[in-house]
Design a binder for this molecule. Structure first.
Ligand SMILES: Cc1cc2nc3c(=O)[nH]c(=O)nc-3n(C[C@H](O)[C@H](O)[C@H](O)COP(=O)(O)OP(=O)(O)OC[C@H]3O[C@@H](n4cnc5c(N)ncnc54)[C@H](O)[C@@H]3O)c2cc1C
Length: 458
């Protein structure tokens, strides 16, 4: 049996898509690997851990509560499979891991809303115990009410840096410093565009002001150098260069870092959508929906189509559902599409300004020393990438992968590929889009061989 509508992801995009389809009388299947709906921003702790929405989501509490309540109230108007990983899309089949068992289902219409993940640039010592991404630091707090350490350094660039710092401070954690790789005033030119973000922009201003008011050190224009390890081989400090070029050290027992987000694109690629390089975000993103013919349709929604935040994620979730309905011949939904497109257009100016204010600092990746590990799954160093480019005269990231094992481990390059592309491009003297992207390969998330062997045959 082919299911009429399947949604991958129960974040704001997937939840809004499900609500829209259910209101139109469809009964979509919603699949998510997390144990509860909400996605990243509206992530919910396990039901055994009770915490107020105001504590979990701050300014977003009202919105989070409303979306959670509406989704929970859907009851059996939808099918909802939590703790279910989609590890492959092949033709009209989805390959799933449910309760440790592999199985598959087929679909007629598919909404892809798998969101995004942290974008990292390695640095010396980034594989030490005690080093986390900013997103992981936030997940520990939101999902388990745990901090990553007792005295924490947070560094990188982008809105998540200040948001996570504020959430940690509000939870009573000692933040040793917030270190921004962007120079102070770097976002000045983007101010008019940022101001169009209204409430969202003001929240950002509030976080910085509140951190300063609590006495947290915020230092701009830094260059990360290394995480230092203590006698137990875990993080004991952080070294960076300040904007004057002086080396500085800070004692800490944990580090959170990140440079914005990257879209989860593998499932879209496996589903047959083409990818295009976004020059502003410096990353590959899937292009367009695909429908018609026997295969029904594939629709993109949320941060998985391009990183644009939770508000746009919800809008694009609704848009994907309306497109699906319109393609099923439900023409009464076409007029709502125009309204959504106008809202998206308005929100776009702010997102583009945000991207200009917090550009991906590609130069940090390009200038890293050879000894730093870039692919931690396979232990591949930056020097190995540069050697492959020079010795084998290659600049295609998939060729470099063949020579070095870059991206062949558990994460399939989801963690290292953003920085690796910049390193290869610089070594080969080409633009990062010429390097290409690591081709999506199943399984997109780790699957035990035993589960594959015992599951239903693909
Ligand atoms: C770690 C992290 C923390 C963030 N925190 C904030 C924040 O506090 N405030 C803020 O404004 N923005 C935050 N963002 C950005 C925010 O997540 C997005 O703007 C918004 O949540 C995007 O909504 P979405 O529905 O597109 O994706 P998401 O909310 O990311 O939801 C995607 C869902 O898809 C599921 N999924 C992905 N792949 C698979 C798969 N293969 N199989 C099954 N399920 C899958 C995931 O489990 C997830 O629940 C954060 C992003 C990240 C990565």
């Amino acid at each position: 049996m082919r299911r009429e509508a399947v949604i991958i992801g129960a974040g704001p995009a997937g939840m809004r898509a499900a609500l829209t389809l259910a209101d139109a009388g469809l009964r979509p299947l919603v699949i998510d690997e997390a144990c509860r709906s909400g996605g990243q921003i509206y992530r919910r702790p396990p039901s055994s851990l009770r915490r107020k929405a105001e504590v979990l989501y701050g300014f977003e509490a009202k919105r989070a509560k409303a979306l959670h309540e509406a989704f929970d109230a859907l009851g059996d108007r939808i099918e909802y499979w939590p703790e279910t990983v989609v590890w492959n899309v092949h033709g009209d089949r989805l390959h799933l891991l449910v309760g440790g068992q592999s199985t598959s289902i087929s679909w007629l219409n598919l909404i892809l809303a798998p969101g995004a993940m942290d974008r990292v640039i390695p640095f010396e010592g980034w594989t030490l115990p005690g080093v986390y991404t900013l997103g992981a630091a936030q997940i520990a707090l939101k999902s388990q009410a745990c901090a990553i350490g007792e005295r924490v350094v947070l560094f990188g660039s982008g809105p998540l840096l200040y948001l996570v710092a504020w959430q940690y401070v509000a939870a009573g954690v000692d933040i040793a410093a917030v270190l921004d790789t962007a120079r102070a005033g770097a976002g000045f030119k983007a101010l008019p565009g940022l101001a169009r973000g209204g409430y969202t922009f003001l929240k950002g201003v509030y976080y910085v002001a509140a951190l300063r008011a609590r006495g947290v050190r915020i230092i701009s224009g830094i260059r990360p150098l290394a995480a230092l390890s203590g006698p137990d081989a875990a993080v004991a400090g952080f070294v960076y260069r300040d904007h004057r070029g002086h080396e500085r050290r800070i004692a800490c027992d944990a580090i959170g870092f990140g440079y914005g987000l990257r879209s989860e694109i593998q499932l879209a690629e496996l589903a047959g959508l083409s990818l295009a390089y976004d020059e502003v975000q410096r990353q590959w993103i899937p292009v367009g929906d695909k429908f018609g013919g026997d295969s029904g349709g594939i629709y993109l929604a949320g941060d998985g189509m391009r990183v644009r935040g939770a508000e746009i994620a919800e809008l694009t979730g609704k848009q994907a559902a309306l497109r699906l309905l319109a393609n099923l011949g439900r023409n009464e939904y076409r007029s709502q599409l125009a309204t959504i497109e106008a809202s998206l257009h308005r929100a776009e100016a702010f997102r583009r300004a945000l991207e200009c204010a917090f550009p991906f600092p590609a130069h940090l990746a390009q200038e890293l020393p050879d000894n730093v590990v870039v692919c931690r799954c396979e232990g591949v160093t930056i020097g190995a990438l540069r050697d492959a480019v020079r010795a084998c005269d290659v600049s295609d990231i998939n060729r470099v992968k063949a020579f070095t094992r870059l991206g062949m481990g558990r994460c399939q390059g989801r963690v290292c590929s953003a920085a690796a592309a910049e390193i290869i491009a610089a070594a080969a003297g080409v633009r990062p889009q010429a390097v290409g992207h690591l081709r999506g390969q199943p399984p997109v998330k780790p699957v035990a061989l035993g589960a594959l062997a015992e599951g239903t045959a693909p």
